[in-house]
Design a protein around this ligand. Structure first.
Ligand SMILES: C[S@@+](CC[C@H](N)C(=O)[O-])C[C@H]1O[C@@H](n2cnc3c(N)ncnc32)[C@H](O)[C@@H]1O
Length: 240
């Protein structure tokens, strides 16, 4: 019966998510990032648990689940950028784990954008915590409570991080904003995509070329990372 099929696939999805969360918790335990810094970035948050949840966000926005620490570090290490000249943006920054790790590099600013007020509050608390208990912090961190589509791309933004934050429709609007900023003020820029759900959206545009090979995640296959540089459609070469 169709109802049974729907029930079965709902249960399969829940079971896959449970396994995913268990794997992430094991990875997090080994890394010990939260315990070391006295922060809380590990616990997932479902989209319907967020205060701002409505039909539109439930359709477009993903759950909070952090990128494993080693995966973020591997992506940051592989990106050939001049940190001092650019700001870093994490679209869908959640509890701020990626921000804390990016700030180990000397970016002009590290900026997080998240539509959830509660997740932004947790991220601010985590940032505060590391001010009192500092890791190697080399750049200032800002957190913007905003839908990613509404975020005005700063003129110095040059590293854009995405870990499966939202639907392809939202990603298209965000990428339009990034490309408009780059057209207005031409500069080098890197997109970093962890996971695979938004790759079709980037690759169909022709303005971005993958740089280097896909980075196999040190943690699990589904965290593999791709870096793209802005070409403005010019045969894989950066403008200028
Ligand atoms: C998979 S988590 C990634 C968290 C963080 N970037 C990391 O890698 O550790 C996705 C995050 O995107 C946020 N998000 C979803 N849709 C959004 C939107 N339209 N605008 C801003 N943030 C959004 C969610 O609240 C969630 O915190």
């Amino acid at each position: 019966m169709p109802e049974n099929n729907a029930r079965r696939s709902a249960l399969e999805i829940l079971e896959k998510q449970r396994q995913f969360d268990l794997t992430l918790a094991e990875i997090d335990d080994i890394e010990g990032f939260d315990a070391f810094l006295g922060v809380e970035t590990g616990e997932p948050v479902e989209p319907w648990e967020v205060l701002e949840a409505d039909d539109r966000t439930l359709e477009n926005n993903s759950r909070y689940s952090p990128t494993p620490v080693r995966t973020v570090r591997a992506a940051l290490t592989a990106a050939a950028v001049r940190h001092e000249e650019i700001s870093f943006v994490d679209f869908g920054s959640g509890k701020g784990r990626v921000l804390l790790i990016a700030a180990e590099h000397p970016f002009k600013r590290v900026i997080g954008v998240d539509f959830s007020s509660e997740l932004c509050a947790t991220a601010r608390k985590n940032v505060e915590c590391t001010v009192r208990n500092p890791p190697v912090r080399r750049s200032p961190i800002e957190i913007h409570h905003q839908d990613a589509r509404e975020f005005a791309i700063p003129d110095d933004a040059g590293f854009f991080y995405f870990y499966e934050p939202f639907s392809a429709a939202v990603a298209a609007a965000v990428l339009d904003n990034i490309e408009a900023s780059l057209a207005r003020l031409p500069r080098d820029a890197v997109l970093c995509f962890v996971g695979s759900s938004l790759l079709t959206e980037v690759e169909r545009r022709g303005a971005w070329a993958q740089s280097g090979d896909t980075l196999a995640s040190p943690d699990a296959d589904y965290y593999s990372t791709r870096l793209y540089t802005y070409t403005n459609g010019s045969a894989g070469e950066r403008p200028g």
